[in-house]
Design a protein around this ligand. Structure first.
Ligand code: PLP
Length: 284
């Protein structure tokens, strides 16, 4: 595997990062994952926009413009022969002189920029065919979930425990409403309408969510942006999650209660097809 680290393309086993890197010591960093179909990037401009917002929130100066990021991504995809899968991009504040809560002087610290590309089936997956079984857990993450930081411990713990219990993933709840999946935005279909939690600092502003809402509106599906409860999920006609690497993922069960007919719903499946078709057309 050829990866990108701080300006170089090199074999993974030659990539070296300082143990003093603040990404390692303090989760002081952000990331993006862009999906790849037919060797091309899906919604790349939107991912770079969000990257810019995450960097600004952490006061890390941007290091590349659109064309430079695109060239790095394309070279990685090509060098690794990725046709379907994704590209992972991580930027940390870099290594400070020691371990300190205070952000080091940017003049004395160089951010670490790391990317790799991976091959993975995204379109034809068993989970998309059968639908996910979800367990709910309280949302115990920090309150700036709109920043895509590498601080993923709670979501990773919650998902791992749920999978050990035979579920496929978790949906997190707070103040009586569902916030997000471990790494996805959450949606319902209720009487033909698409219901989705509105954007705020409580959730990540999903790139897949945004694109899907545009495509759904174009096909005439009404969209209602409001929080919804687990009880509403149980009573919904259909439910699904969105993310860059799962696209539109049907959800068929929550806390062991079947949703709708208990199999992936027709509107969800249609939205998945529309999302994949439209994304392919616009990929770069
Ligand atoms: N919410 C969380 C917490 C995530 O980690 C992700 C993706 O990793 C998403 C939502 C979906 O975002 P996107 O569609 O941009 O992949």
């Amino acid at each position: 595997m050829i990866v990108y680290l701080d300006g170089d393309f090199l074999p993974l086993d030659e990539a070296r990062i300082s143990p003093m890197d603040r990404g390692f010591l303090m989760a002081d960093g952000i990331y993006e994952v862009t999906s790849v179909l037919d060797g091309k990037l899906i919604d790349f401009a939107a991912h770079l926009n969000r990257l810019g917002r995450s960097l600004a929130a952490l006061d890390i100066a941007p290091m590349h413009d659109f064309d430079a990021w695109l060239a790095i991504h394309r070279k990685l995809i090509e060098r690794n022969g990725v046709t379907e899968g994704g590209a992972y991009l991580q930027i940390t504040r870099g290594a400070g002189p020691g371990r300190d809560f205070l952000w080091p002087d940017p003049a004395e610290t160089r951010p670490t920029v790391y990317l790799f590309a991976f091959q993975k089936a995204l379109v034809d997956t068993a989970l998309a065919r059968r639908g996910a079984r979800i367990r709910t857990v309280p949302d115990l993450r920090w309150k700036r979930r709109d920043i895509k930081t590498v601080q993923l411990l709670y979501s990773s713990q919650a998902k791992s425990l749920a999978i050990a219990e035979g579920f496929d993933d978790v949906w997190m709840t707070e103040d009586g409403a569902v916030t997000e999946g471990s790494s996805s935005n959450v949606h319902l279909v209720l009487g033909g309408r698409l219901v989705t939690r509105p954007l705020s600092t409580d959730i990540l502003h999903g790139i897949t969510r945004a694109a899907l809402l545009r495509y759904a509106a174009e096909t005439g599906i009404a969209i209602e942006e409001r929080p919804f409860s687990v009880e509403e999920v149980k009573a919904a006609d259909e439910a699904f999650a969105t993310s860059a690497t799962s696209f539109v993922q049907p959800v068929v069960e929550i806390d062991e209660t079947a949703i709708g007919t208990g199999i992936p719903g027709p509107i969800t499946q249609r939205l998945r097809e529309i999302y994949i078709d439209e994304s392919r057309k616009r990929a770069i």
